[in-house]
Design a protein around this ligand. Structure first.
Ligand code: ADP
Ligand code: MG
Length: 586
């Protein structure tokens, strides 16, 4: 088949432009991204080979190889992993499937200045395309395991790419960059320098479980290495023309391959933890919190969990991804293992490594497995207690967490009754007490007025609409605090949580608000009953006139300024909930 030329999808083209014009300040990370992709491809091949022994792929020496050619100014990252079919290359490399890309690009355009744009890239991450920060041409040669033909993809990043069919491609993927000229001003280093490559791999990819090898084929490699170490960064690759000893290609493995989660906490730096997070999550931003668990005893395992600093764009989508991988004795056996954390903690990323599980478990079996259930329980509790500590210890980070993930966490009030109190200890809510500071339920209870029996709340679409609600009036006058609940999930959990510290949760918009009855004495009661009698005729007449619209018309003690308001029955579906059901197509 002849070479064919294709156009990038619009979003892909715009992102590439961004990369070519290099608005992200830390260019070294391109290598991290290519290695991360290679590592994923090796993981996938291992898992696929485990499930399907007819795949016919060689899995005896899975590794990543880095080859630098100083004269040609090329750098190749090669893996013998799963590879890609031609269709996959077009789909995965020619388009950007990441949800929210368009939205992200709009933000970038708004941002205008390069610094903010660079920040945004750091939040979004651009994976493979980051190669164009340092290369003016990128070639990818790949063959999918089990297929006979390979594909060559090549592009200068300017709008089009070419595809060729290749007959004798090795299995896996090789990505070759033609490097832009080194340029001190633009912070472009000489990425063909073994010194520089070693440094980047050590820094960003040391924990990668596959060996990352580099061939140092230059004559007298050992001597040159010493010379380079003594050099400044600006001229790292000097010493090229070393003593003309016999060429002796030397394979060196650049990474220690140590599993971070197996090491004691005290020996792992924050930066190391963060780099593993970035590899696992494909996020470019640091996580908000790291949770490291060493469980010992009869069922031994280690877990390294992360709370991201921002929500993925599809957190509420249908196939929202779970982010925890399951290892058995250092070997990855399942990505996105949803059995390890409950649905409402689906934003947690990380790794669980168990000593004592079968390598061949299926997802279905895992869901039933007693050990897995115990792990999930312990990890849920640990995560919740960590988040509680975050709330008290680092209020700003907690605020970020709650803004990004609070809505998800509250789902647990419905689905995980055992941890209800622990979730409520993490949760905060807007309230009429303070316009800025949200409150916990515990703080609310502490502030409760004498004679106040219940915890009051009002749900609505926004703080403003809730605050303008006539339902609030009497409560405001009495100085009773009301929680302002504006997330759709709030409608649901308030029904599921019967009480907190023995105090009932009551909507101020439903049924008889007990404001009057709570405090009224005999006298007031008699007065109210007399009033009901006096107005019986009027109420009956109004009830008749409005019978299509309302169930009952009655006198109310809840209003002080507005003449009338519509309330729901206890147990009725509120307007916001009706909206939500409608949105869900029910
Ligand atoms: P991400 O890794 O976040 O998915 P990337 O831009 O880094 O995004 O990569 C896009 C996709 O291209 C990957 O998800 C993967 O399917 C495919 N891909 C990239 N590099 C490789 C590789 N070395 N081997 C196999 N597939 C790859
Ligand atoms: Mg990637």
């Amino acid at each position: 088949m002849p070479t064919e030329t294709f156009e990038f999808q619009v979003e892909a083209r715009q992102l590439l432009q961004m990369m070519i014009h290099s608005i992200y300040s830390n260019k070294d990370v391109f290598l991290r991204e290519l290695i991360s992709n290679a590592s994923d491809a090796l993981d996938k091949l291992r898992i696929e080979a485990l499930r399907d022994d007819s795949l016919g792929a060689d899995v005896s020496d899975l590794h990543i190889a880095i080859e630098a050619d100083k004269d040609a100014r090329t750098l190749t990252v090669r893996d013998n992993g799963i590879g890609m079919s031609r269709e996959e290359v077009v789909q995965l490399i020619g388009t950007i499937a990441k949800s929210g890309t368009a939205e992200f690009l709009a933000k970038l355009r708004e941002a205008g200045d390069a610094a903010t744009a660079g920040d945004l890239i750091g939040q979004f991450g651009v994976g493979f395309y980051s190669a164009f920060m340092v290369a003016d041409e990128v070639t990818l040669l790949t063959r999918r395991a089990g297929e006979s033909q390979g594909t060559r993809w090549s592009s200068g990043g300017e709008g089009t790419y070419t595809l060729d069919t290749v007959e004798d491609a090795p299995q896996g993927t090789a990505v070759t960059l033609r490097l832009k000229p080194a340029d001190a001003e633009d912070q472009l280093f000489d990425y063909t320098s073994p010194w520089k490559i070693r440094e980047i791999v050590k820094r960003y990819s040391d924990f990668i479980t596959w060996p990352i090898r580099m061939a140092t084929a230059e004559p007298g490699a050992a001597g040159q290495e010493a010379a380079e170490k003594g050099e400044d960064a600006k001229d790292g690759a000097a010493g090229e023309d070393g003593p003309a000893a016999a060429p002796e290609p030397k394979q060196e493995t650049l990474n220690s391959q140590k599993a971070l989660w197996a090491r004691p906490r005290s020996e792992v730096s924050a930066e190391e933890y963060h780099e593993l997070y970035k590899h696992l999550s494909h996020d470019w931003a640091d996580p908000l919190e790291t949770i490291h668990v060493h469980a010992e005893g009869t069922f031994e395992y280690q877990a390294l969990l992360y709370v991201p600093s921002h929500a993925p764009r599809d957190l509420f989508g249908q196939g929202a991804k779970h982010g925890v991988q399951l290892y058995v004795k250092r070997v990855l056996i399942m990505e996105e293992c949803e059995a390890l954390v409950p649905e409402y903690l689906r934003f947690v990323k990380g790794v669980v490594d168990a000593q004592d599980l079968s390598l061949n478990v299926s997802r279905e079996i895992l869901q039933q497995d007693r050990q897995i259930r115990l792990m999930r329980r312990r990890l849920s509790k640990k995560t919740l207690s960590t988040l509680k500590d975050l709330r008290t210890g680092r209020p700003e980070d907690y605020a970020t967490f709650w803004r990004e993930f609070g809505r998800v966490l509250k789902e647990g009030l419905l689905s995980d009754p055992d941890n209800r109190d622990a979730i409520l200890d993490v949760a905060t809510f807007a309230s009429t007490h303070d316009a800025e500071q949200p409150t916990t339920l515990a703080q609310y209870v502490e502030r409760m007025k004498e004679g106040q029996r219940d915890i009051y709340y009002l749900t609505g679409e926004s703080r403003a609409s809730v605050e303008n609600s006539p339902h609030l009036e009497a409560f405001r006058d009495k100085g009773f605090e009301v929680l302002i609940l504006t997330d759709p999930v709030d409608e649901l959990w308030v029904e599921a949580v019967p009480d907190y510290q023995g105090k009932q949760l009551r909507s101020v918009a439903k049924g008889e608000a007990d404001l009057a009855t709570e405090e009224e004495g005999e006298e007031a009661k008699a007065e109210r009953e007399q009033r009901d009698k006096d107005y019986a005729g009027l109420l009956a007449w109004m009830g008749e006139r409005l019978k299509e619209e309302v169930r009952e018309v009655r006198l109310s003690s809840r209003l002080t300024v507005s003449p009338a308001c519509v309330v729901s029955d206890v147990g009725d579906v509120t307007p916001a909930l009706r909206e939500m059901y409608r949105a869900m197509g029910q």
